[in-house]
Write a new protein. Structure first.
Lengths: 125, 110
């Protein structure tokens, strides 16, 4: 059974860079049928798509965050990562990694079929 | 402000039927399919409905989805206490070139 697990610091100082890794087990990142995404949820609020990456390194990013986002994938170790620079209190949220099924035509009609448990990242000095 | 609009809350009594609406535009729901996610308290979202009306294996047939034009709906029949959760609609947005979510609807089972 596929499992995704986020890891990274739970506390980041303002203006610094948030770094998270999602480790995938029970399945391979190296697949054309999926892309690997990040979604966040501020406390008490709704979901916001951050971006996603394919096994070959191609990325999609939310335009509102694009200038601050770096996405990477490590197929050898079956994990993918997110870096968000110049964080502020507004970036405080639970960060989820998720697998997006794109084995449909067109791929945009896909869906997030498996999610990690989420990790709370607080931006505070 | 979410791109897709959902009512913030909904409620129903056990055994009855409740519907949750999701309104979008021509760049998202109007031209792409809709997915629904259920988020139980303290848990990660879980896929509930994909491609407008398809249920993943394991999701009871009490849950159903539909889409018409730039709106979509989630219906839950035979309401149960364990259905208390937040429900989110989502769709690809051609302008954003990425998925967008509704603001979520908190369902209370009275």
């Amino acid at each position: 059974q596929l499992q995704l697990q986020e890891s990274g610091p739970g506390l980041v100082k303002p203006s610094e860079t948030l770094s998270l890794t999602c480790t995938v087990s029970g399945g391979s990142i190296n697949s054309r049928s999926y892309y690997w995404g990040w979604i966040r949820q501020p406390p008490g609020k709704g979901l916001e798509w951050i971006g996603g990456i394919y096994y070959n390194g191609f990325t999609y990013q939310n335009p509102s965050l694009k200038s601050r986002i770096t996405l990477s994938v490590d197929t050898s170790n079956n994990h993918f990562s997110l870096k968000l620079s110049s964080v502020t209190a507004a970036d405080t949220a639970v960060y989820y990694c998720a697998r997006r099924n794109i084995d449909v035509v067109p791929a945009a009609m896909g869906w997030f079929d498996s999610w990690g448990q989420g990790t709370l990242v607080t931006v505070s000095s | 402000q979410s791109v897709l609009t959902q009512p913030p809350s909904a409620s129903g009594t056990p055994g009855l039927r409740v519907t949750i609406s999701c309104s979008g535009s021509s760049s998202n729901i109007g031209s792409n399919t809709v997915n629904w996610y259920q988020q139980l308290p303290g848990a990660a979202p879980k896929l509930l409905i994909y491609t407008n009306d398809q249920r993943p294996s394991g999701v009871p047939d009490r849950f159903s989805g539909s889409k018409s034009g730039t709106s979509a709906s989630l219906a839950i029949s035979g309401l149960q206490s364990e259905d208390e959760a937040d429900y989110y609609c989502a769709a690809w947005d051609d302008s954003l070139n990425g998925p967008v979510f509704g603001g979520g609807t908190k369902l209370t089972v009275l």
